[in-house]
Design a protein around this ligand. Structure first.
Ligand code: UDX
Length: 578
């Protein structure tokens, strides 16, 4: 069969990409799209969504007359010998797969086949749960009065293309998976792919239809598992000194049993496939009487990962209500305008709920975000406008243009706080210059980044000797206690504090002035601790002072209640016992 002609039902992401790739290789392709708006966009020589190279290839194919668009499925079936079903398979409210579009495509194909002579091959490319091939077979037999194997065949042929590199992935697949119940059908599709890929035909793997259908879910669930795995490791790294999840990932990826791909920690996976497919597999397994707890956990880890990002924000900003947050990146991944299940969108919703003012930028996805947020957020024309005058900047999509950002670009912020949730920035450059946190970046860097203020709880003995319980403000984790120490005889509290901090963390600090004296019985185990809070600056570090000192209740010196002074002696004794 050298005059193979192809029809494709559904000009969505998979369908249109597949159609354009076939047509670009000179194979006559008819694309069926029933959504009138989408059809008009296509007839107007444009792709209805962004995908690198898609627009230009589409125009070439229209000019070369190798692709056409219609809503007439009869016409498409009668003028092709292979039909690809590429319709959407959305999820229902309970997470299970909704096959209504596959079923209605099968009904339309069945009706169109009634008057068609000659063998017709139907290829299911949509992601469908095992057994769907058999359902489609029955529906087509019922509506066409034709027989499977004699008049028509059905193949399961899932795709593995990624948004953002869909054209490349379709042209360069790692392998082709053909799930067929008879050899004849597999051979027809093999012939088409030989025509498409010659002379470099990818490895073709032939299996039964159930296996092909399951493999698609197995791959996407494995990818999701890898991402939730590395995000879990990232969350552990953040709690360790000097550990970077990127280093951990690059090392474990050297083990051929693990491999280097899909080990990029971030805000969690999104998109139209991974979340939906993991959900569908969970529901499908449950219907089979098996509870796939692994995938439920993968999903839960992913759901919570956005909170890990918000946790970084909360650690650097004590109260985010009313703050202006700049969000760089809306799409679920770079080189795409797709915001479906994008973690960025979920985080923006959370920020709005918390009373933040949100400014956003994305090179491609602004128009889609406008449909969700309307005028509740501020859309910026470039990244610099977005960053400017904000209190905190969160990078949530790994667009190449964000990788070019330097610390200087954040100077226009009120007080630069940068959260790199996608690890696009070189943290070494940033940690000394702005308040910085990143997914999977251990806290040593943050300690090194310097202490914006230092305070000391001074428990004062009545005979002039002072026991210090020092605390330092560590931007990543809020307040953190250093071991206690003494004010030596003849030493002022300031001198003692300077000496102790130098001994313990190796940093010279200069005490600017006594800010306040406070007591907060509820925050301290030793009930009546009096804390003397100093504003300190770092002499050999780079950070300026920060007067925000915890949410502790402050008393002026004069206001310290009498009762707080009564048993310091006992407290010192207790402390010394420990
Ligand atoms: C996925 C599958 O990769 C593809 O085979 C299938 O056909 C469709 O679903 P896609 O949804 O386009 O493709 O994107 P993918 O590159 O897989 O990324 C999915 C999500 O995981 C994105 O949000 C991405 O940012 C995230 N991700 C990916 C990570 O967080 N870390 C990684 O290491 C890889």
């Amino acid at each position: 069969m050298s005059n193979l002609a192809v029809s494709i039902i559904g000009a969505g992401f998979v369908g249109l990409t597949t159609a354009v790739v076939f047509a670009h290789k000179g194979i006559k392709t008819i694309c069926v799209e029933i959504d009138k708006d989408r059809l008009n966009i296509l007839k107007g020589r444009k792709a209805p969504f962004y995908e690198p190279d898609l627009d230009s290839m589409l125009k070439d194919c229209i000019d070369n007359n190798t692709i056409s668009f219609t809503d007439d499925i009869d016409y498409a079936i009668n003028n092709s010998n292979i039909t690809f079903i590429c319709v959407g398979t959305p999820q229902r409210d309970d997470g299970s797969i909704d096959l209504k579009y596959v079923r209605s495509a099968a009904i339309s194909i069945g009706k169109a086949l009634i008057d068609k002579s000659g063998y017709h091959l139907i290829v299911i490319k949509s992601t469908v749960t095992p057994g769907t091939n058999h359902m489609v077979k029955k529906v087509i037999e019922e509506y066409s009065n034709k027989r499977f194997g004699k008049d028509f065949g059905i193949i399961s042929n899932p795709e593995f293309l990624r948004e953002g590199s869909a054209i490349y992935d379709t042209l360069n697949p790692n392998f082709l998976l053909i799930g067929a119940d008879n050899d004849r059908d597999a051979e027809i599709l093999e012939e088409l792919y030989t025509l498409l890929y010659k002379p470099n035909i990818p490895k073709i793997i032939k299996v039964n239809t159930y296996t092909a259908e399951l493999v698609k879910y197995a791959i996407n669930s494995f990818l999701a598992t890898k991402i939730s795995f590395i995000n879990t490791i990232a969350n552990i790294c953040q709690r360790l000194p000097s550990v970077d999840v990127n280093t951990v990932a690059s090392i474990i990826g050297l083990d051929p049993r693990i491999g280097p791909l899909f080990l990029k920690a971030g805000p969690g996976y999104g998109g139209s496939c991974l979340p939906k497919d993991v959900n569908a597999l969970i529901n499908f397994s449950k219907a089979l009487g098996y509870d796939p707890i692994l995938f439920k956990t993968v999903q839960e880890v992913n759901r919570l990962q956005k909170d890990a990002v918000l946790g970084l924000v909360n650690k650097l900003i004590e109260n985010i209500e009313g703050k202006t947050i700049a969000v760089l990146g809306l799409a679920f991944k770079k080189d795409s305008d797709d915001i479906r299940e994008s973690v960025s969108i979920k985080i923006i919703k959370d920020l709005l709920d918390k009373g933040c003012r949100v400014k956003v930028h994305d090179p491609m996805a602004i128009e889609n975000a406008k449909k969700v947020f309307k005028d509740s957020i501020i859309y910026c024309k470039d990244k610099y406008e977005c960053i400017s005058d904000s209190d905190c900047c969160i990078i949530l999509t790994e667009w190449d243009e964000y990788k070019e950002l330097e610390p200087e670009h954040f100077k226009s912020m009120k007080s630069p706080i940068v959260i790199d949730a996608r690890r696009v920035l070189d943290h070494e450059k940033f940690i000394d210059k702005v308040r910085f946190a990143a997914v999977g970046l251990g806290y040593k860097e943050l300690l090194d980044y310097k202490i914006p203020s230092v305070s000391v709880n001074a428990i004062i003995e009545d005979k002039g000797k002072v026991l210090l319980v020092k605390r330092r403000k560590e931007p990543f984790k809020g307040y953190w206690s250093l071991p206690g120490g003494y004010v030596e005889y003849g030493e002022s509290v300031e001198e003692a504090l300077r000496r102790e901090v130098k001994e313990e963390v190796g940093i010279d600090i200069e005490i600017d002035r006594l800010l306040n004296v406070y007591s907060d019985p509820f925050r301290h185990i030793a009930k009546h601790t009096i804390a003397i809070v100093y504003k300190a600056s770092i002499v050999n570090g780079k950070i300026s002072n920060n007067e925000e000192i915890s949410d502790a209740k402050f008393f002026s010196k004069e206001e310290i209640p009498e009762i707080l002074a009564f048993d310091h002696k006992k407290m010192i004794e207790d402390y010394l016992k420990v």
